[in-house]
Design a protein around this ligand. Structure first.
Ligand SMILES: [Zn+2]
Length: 379
């Protein structure tokens, strides 16, 4: 239930499908580049890169170790140290990381980013299927309730695209949104990013994607809406993911993007305690202008922004303040709890979430919500 619950803490796992390919004809090269000082203004190095399978990508790419200490958006080496911290939330590592702000474009990044081989170890396995305790059933009911906010946003984007169907959801598995849309009669193709693909993605290459549970491929230009929710902040090269999304969309199709917003009051007031930093799983902490520059660079025009997410913003504040009560955090930390303690902690957490609503509504009204949802039109 942390800020990245749709993707990150819900554990990226290797997709079962093989044979699905990412679209090869990614059109980054045709996009007009914004001014050279803007974030994400560097031209991609190899726009014609062929589609590869995840295995090929993982095997062929050398493991990034000593990353060049430059900004992924503008290439600037100078940076300001904001904090030095560790995995405060899930406690998967004691490694120390620096949170840097680029001296030129102000993009906030993690330094050093985790190596490709350790990437998976910082995520939590998905919940095992089977009988649920009362606490787990309450948590599931809560999540099923709050996801309707996202569902409404996606359906409106579909209507704005002038289409009735054709949604692809790019993410790291996990499926409340996919399930809920499907229950409402929409066809949702789940397109997965594997940890290997995410960790080894290269600038200018479309991200290798797999279609969940299927040998099928998704034709370029076949989707009316592509959702990329709480994904970009985990990637070394977020432009590669948006290139894949762009290739899947038909002209005029809509991208629905969500990411934590580093320009929020929660970050301003709580600093390194803000759960949206999610060290070391979030490699980049975007502010809204960073995202909009990236979208422009990747050939999208922003048509709608929403700073309040019923699912993410109150939970983000509650998790920042009382991380030890968040059910997802507790699962990740792996402490033993009896059923009564588990129930009480989950109920107390939901009480904190409820108390967080007024503050998060106000910060969102001031365009400083802890997450932002963007609808962008493919140019
Ligand atoms: Zn920069």
């Amino acid at each position: 239930m942390t800020a990245s619950s749709e993707s990150g803490n819900g554990a990226p796992q290797n997709g079962a499908a093989k044979g699905a390919r990412s679209p090869a004809d990614v059109g980054l090269a045709n996009n007009a580049a914004p001014p050279p000082t803007a974030p994400f203004s560097a031209p991609p190095s190899s726009p014609e890169s062929p589609a590869t399978t995840v295995k090929e990508a993982a095997a062929s790419a050398p493991e990034p170790t000593a990353e060049p200490a430059t900004c992924p958006a503008c290439g600037e080496a100078e940076a300001r140290l904001l904090f030095e911290t560790t995995d405060r939330l899930l406690r998967t590592t004691r490694n120390r990381y620096r949170i840097l702000e680029c001296a030129a474009c102000r993009l906030i990044r993690l330094d050093p980013p985790p190596r490709a081989s350790e990437w998976r170890t910082h995520f939590v396995k998905p919940e095992p299927p089977g009988t649920k305790s009362l606490a787990e059933r309450i948590e599931r009911a809560y999540r099923a309730l709050v996801v309707h906010d996202h569902v409404g946003f996606v359906i409106r984007a579909l209507r704005n695209a002038g289409e009735a169907d054709g949604i692809a959801d790019i993410g790291f598995h996990r499926g409340e949104l996919r399930r809920t849309l499907a229950e409402r009669g929409f066809r949702v193709v789940a397109v997965d990013i594997t940890p290997e693909a995410a960790a080894t993605s290269r600038k200018g290459e479309a991200l290798p994607l797999e279609i969940e549970g299927s040998e099928a491929t998704l034709a370029p230009g076949s989707c009316a809406v592509v959702t990329v929710l709480n994904v970009l902040e985990h990637l070394r090269d977020p432009a590669s993911c948006l290139a894949s999304a762009s290739a899947l969309l038909r002209p005029g199709g809509r991208l629905v993007l969500q990411a934590p917003n580093a320009n929020c009051w929660q970050f301003l007031t709580l600093g390194e305690h803000w759960s949206g930093l999610d060290v070391p799983r979030h490699l980049i902490s975007f502010r809204v202008p960073d995202l909009e520059a990236l979208l422009d660079f990747c050939g999208f025009e922003v048509v709608r922004r929403k700073f309040f997410s019923l699912r993410d913003n109150p939970a983000s504040l509650a998790t920042s303040v009382v991380p030890g009560l968040d059910p997802a955090v507790r699962r990740a930390r792996g402490g033993r709890e009896n059923e009564l303690a588990s129930l009480l902690k989950t109920l107390l957490y939901l009480l904190f979430v409820a108390f967080a609503v007024p503050f998060t509504v106000i910060e969102s009204a001031c365009r400083a919500g802890s997450s932002v949802m963007i609808e962008a039109r493919k140019k």
